[in-house]
Design a protein around this ligand. Structure first.
Ligand code: GAR
Length: 190
């Protein structure tokens, strides 16, 4: 059985999908939610699903992250899944979980990635660039922001009158459809 830790900072709709997808899978379980935001919706989702929460101060993520590595090892975490996590991952964590951290990005990398590119900022940039399509990128995390090996991309079409809310909804739909499956596929290969 593989133990998953989800890192999330906000609403947690992807975290919720992952929890229910793996609940009875028999080969993986969401064991922990790591969150940096005391008012994030994901905290209530974790509580409802009986998943332990580790609320971490933002200073942990600007520091070396060693204490967090210890917490994760202590719980025998095999894989970290970033589901709307908005802080940079400390280097010690990336080294300790090499090829064991998966992120979902709400656009088609390598475009619209990098520092400051998260959530609606991404959708706004996509609309401002008059893109005809956008989508999701599921990728491994390395030391360079949004540049780890791509595992999966899914696309959707954009229309001229689409608002940020429209784009967000289309992207969320893709995320909810493909993210749990892709995490499953990756886990089965490790
Ligand atoms: C998702 O769209 C995810 O791709 C994005 O945050 C949203 C979280 O939604 N992540 C990033 O922008 C990371 N750069 P959720 O809290 O409802 O799962």
């Amino acid at each position: 059985m593989k133990n998953l830790a989800i890192f999330a900072s906000g609403t947690g709709s992807n975290a919720e999908r992952l929890m229910s997808y793996f609940r009875d899978s028999g080969y993986a379980v969401v064991k922990l939610v790591v969150c940096n935001n005391p008012s994030a919706g994901v905290l209530e989702i974790a509580r409802r699903n009986g998943v332990e929460v580790l609320l971490q101060d933002n200073s942990i993520f600007s520091g070396d992250g060693a204490s967090l590595v210890d917490e994760l090892k202590h719980r025998n975490i095999d894989l970290i899944v970033l589901a709307g996590f908005l802080r940079k991952i400390p280097v010690s964590l990336i080294h300790s979980f090499s090829d064991r951290i998966i992120n979902i990005h709400p656009a088609l990398l390598p475009k619209f990635g990098g520092k400051g590119m998260f959530g609606d900022n991404v959708h706004q940039a996509v609309l401002a660039a008059h893109e005809k399509e956008t989508g999701i990128t599921i990728h491994l995390v390395n030391e360079e922001y949004d540049k780890g090996r791509i595992l999966f991309q899914g696309k959707c079409m954009l229309h001229e009158n689409d608002t940020v809310a429209d784009v967000r909804a289309k992207v969320h739909e893709l995320e909810h459809r493909f993210f749990p499956e892709e995490v499953e596929r990756y886990i089965k290969g490790i």
